[in-house]
Design a protein around this ligand. Sequence first.
Ligand code: NAP
Length: 338
Amino acid sequence: MTHLALAFLLFLDLPGDADDHSVSLAHACTGGTPACLAGEGFYKRGRTEYSPVGQTIDGKMVAAAVRGEVRERVARLAERGVDVGLATVLVGDDPASQVYVGNKQRACAEVGIRSLGHRLEASVGQAALVDLVRELGRRADVHGILVQLPLPAGLDARAVIEAIPPEKDVDGLHPLNQGRLLAGEPGLRPCTPLGVIRLLDETGVTLKGARAAVVGRSVLVGKPVALLLLERHATVTICHSRTADLGGEVGRADVVVAATGQAGLVRGTWIRPGAVVIDVGINRGPDGKLCGDVEFAPALERAARITPVPGGVGPMTVAMLLANSVSAAERALGMRAA
Ligand code: NAP
C-alpha cells in the first residue's frame, strides 16, 4: 500500500453514531459567525466589510448532516416500496480498495441503503467484468453501481465505467455524465466535487459573481469542481503545473479550491483576506502527519473559512456517494428530474 493510499484510509469518513445526523448544520463551521449561521455570504455583504476571522469547516459534521438527509430520503422511498440498492464491485485484493469498499458498505447500512457486494479475482477477464457490470445495470433492484478504482493491471477501467448505465453511475465518471456536466445538463456528478460545493454552501459564501481559483485540473477533481463552480455562476480560473503566477491567481480569489496532491503548495500568505478555502489534497507532511495542499496555519489567519486535513473534504466523498445513490433511485421512480 502506498503512503498516499494509507493516508487516504486514515482520512476516510466512517459513519458516526446513529444520532450523528441530528447535529445542526449551523454548528458545522466551528465558532460560526452570524454570517455562517444565517447562510449569508461575506461576498453578499460586500467583501470590504468582511473581517477575516479564520474558522475551520467541520467536514465530519457536514457529512453527518448529509447522511441524515439521505436517511430520510431512503425512508421516504421505502414508504413507496423502493429499497435503495447500491452494487459495489471490487476486483483484486488491494488492501486500500478493500477498506474503501468496506467503508462505503458500512455507510450504506447506516442510512438504510442495501449494498450488494461483488468481489472478483484480479485474474477476472475484461469481458467477464463488463458482463457483470452490464447485468447489474439491468437489475431493477440496483439503483447505483460503484466499481472501485483503480482496477488491477490489465483491466480497462474506462471500458468498465462505460458499461455502467449513466443513470446508475453514482461516481459520476461515465463519459455521458461528464458531458452532461460540461453541457450544464442534469446528471450524476462526481462525489468529491459535489462534496466541495456542499462545503462551500455550508459556509454561506455566495458563489454567484465570486472569483474562484481551482488549483488542479484532474478529471476526477479539478475540472468537475471548476464546472460546478461555473454552474453556480462563479468566475473560475483553473490553475495547474504550468500556471505562470500561481500565487497571483490564488491571491485574487474569493474562493480557493486546492486539489494537487502537493503538500503545502498553496502558501498561506497567498490567501486573500476573507477568502473561503477548500483543501482537497491528502498528503503526508515531512513530520509524517496528514496534511493538505494548503499551508494551513498561515492560511487560517487570513481565510474566512478553511477546511482542515483531515476532517474537511474527505468525509464528504462517501456522504455524497450515498446522496447520489438515493438520487439515482428517486430519478428511477420519476421523483426528480436531475
Ligand atoms: P492528480 O490527478 O494528480 O492531479 C493533480 C493536479 O494538480 C494536476 O492537474 C496538476 O497539474 C496539478 N499540480 C500538480 N503540481 C502542481 C503545481 N506545482 N502547481 C500547480 N498545479 C499543480 O490528483 P487528483 O486526483 O486531482 O487529486 C488531488 C489531491 O486530492 C490528491 O492529494 C488526492 O489524494 C486528493 N483527493 C482527495 C479526495 C478526498 O476525498 N478528500 C478525493 C480525490 C482526491 P497538471 O495537470 O499540469 O499536471
